[in-house]
Design a protein around this ligand. Structure first.
Ligand code: BGC
Length: 417
């Protein structure tokens, strides 16, 4: 009797393994999540896929902001060897879809009711000609200021809420022997800083005219000059080792209290979390100066490429479904520093920064001050973003260039379409 039962059990177990194996596929996933917090979030994605019996083939290309990853992706697709899924965002999704290389994942989206659980502003970007071609993972807020509580205490400074207060705090930190602003001199980081400065100086309406509509009068106007001058003043509070520094190393300076502040999106929070630091106790998350009522959004998403192998197509669909599941959205975003993109999720396990982000996302959506991050590829096509980004960094790096000259360069870069 006992032997019989054991025999039956082993047959059942073998059948189960075979069932999984019959459908098991491989998904090669291109991403640029290589810092401490990012890698933990990527590991959650890998574990989710593996739990479905599939194989994860990692295609990580280091480089914050993803510029390197996009270059590598282009060469892979051109050589006819696209990965199954790639981290592609914003208007670039439309460009890739127009090339005819992306898969239609509407069957997954319909079965999982994506239209009902995604904010329309996000769902529209994930669709090409009405069909889903990508799955969103999160909502990052870009207009954040991260402050070291120890550094601010030592300097007797107050976390700033506008740009005048920012420079008062920066002076106090400097006097206390602390590097006021942790910065990494890479083009995308320069532009991340500039984007927040411009939003704080000019407000959401100015931002939309300048960086979404690319309105020439606004780009050439007085508010833009003021934004550029303020941006350049920030540089005077960075250290001489900033050029080339990776963003997560800049965050580490704030984590250690060597620097007072960093202007960076909330993937920085993933670094604080990975280092065991608590918001409120060890550090403060505050909206970038002057931007408390606005929200620059940056949604990470995975575009799905057309595949031939049936098992791999199934694995790709399982990945898309898993990405949007409530379990994954929770564990991934807890590590990543972002908030779930899925609406109406329970945020009980999330910290105060995430709760603030979630409230401000909804409130800014209602008041018209929810704006797409230009530097993080949400606002305009990649070629335009790249041209403006180069002009912004030229200005940041060249101490002889005037704000007016920089402004003319940015305005002419905006004409590249
Ligand atoms: C991405 C984030 C990433 C950050 C730094 C941003 O463009 O949206 O997911 O953590 O770059 O690499």
């Amino acid at each position: 009797m006992k032997a019989m039962k054991l025999f039956q059990r082993s047959i059942l177990a073998t059948a189960a393994v075979m069932a999984v194996a019959a459908h098991a596929g491989e998904v090669e996933v291109l991403h640029w999540w290589t810092s401490g917090g990012e890698a933990k979030a990527a590991a959650a994605l890998k574990a989710t896929l593996q739990a479905k019996g599939h194989t994860w083939k990692d295609f990580a290309v280091a480089g914050g902001g993803g510029d390197n990853a996009m270059t590598v992706l282009k060469s892979r697709v051109v050589s006819g060897n696209a990965p199954a899924a790639a981290q592609i965002k914003g208007p670039a999704l439309q460009e890739w879809a127009a090339e005819g290389v992306l898969a239609n994942i509407d069957d997954v989206a319909k079965a999982e009711k994506w239209d009902a659980v995604l904010p329309p502003v996000v769902a529209n970007v994930m669709k090409y000609k009405g069909n889903y071609i990508a799955a969103p993972v999160n909502v990052h807020r870009v207009n954040w200021l991260w402050a070291s509580n120890a550094a601010f205490k030592k300097a007797g400074a107050k976390v700033p809420t506008n740009w005048d207060e920012f420079f008062v705090a920066a002076e106090a930190l400097k006097k206390a022997g602390i590097i006021p602003v942790a910065h990494g001199g890479q083009n995308w980081q320069d532009f991340t800083t500039f984007e927040s400065v411009a939003l704080g100086v000019g407000g959401a309406e100015f931002y939309k005219k300048a960086f979404v509509q690319l309105d020439q009068a606004t780009l050439n106007g007085a508010t833009m000059t003021k934004a550029l001058e303020t941006f350049k003043k920030v540089k005077t509070y960075t250290d001489k080792n900033a050029p080339g520094r990776d963003w997560n190393l800049a965050t580490a300076m704030v984590i250690k209290g060597e620097a007072g502040m960093q202007l960076m999106g909330d993937w920085a929070k993933g670094e604080f979390a990975a280092a065991g630091k608590m918001p409120g106790k060890d550090y403060t998350c505050a909206a970038a100066p002057g931007t408390a009522k606005s929200f620059t959004f940056n949604v990470d998403s995975f575009a799905m490429f057309k595949l031939k192998d049936a098992a791999n197509i199934q694995a790709q669909k399982d990945l898309a479904a898993a990405i949007m599941s409530t379990d994954f959205q929770e564990v991934f975003n807890l590590n990543k520093g972002s908030i779930p993109v899925r609406l109406n999720m329970n945020l009980a396990k999330f910290d105060d920064c995430a709760k603030l982000s979630s409230n401000d996302f909804v409130a800014s959506g209602k008041s018209g001050s929810l704006v797409p991050s230009i530097v993080h590829q949400m606002a305009v096509p990649p070629a335009v973003t790249g041209a403006i980004q180069d002009a912004v960094s030229q200005f940041w790096n060249d101490d002889k260039m005037s704000a007016k000259d920089a402004q003319a360069k940015i305005a002419s870069a905006a004409k590249i379409r």
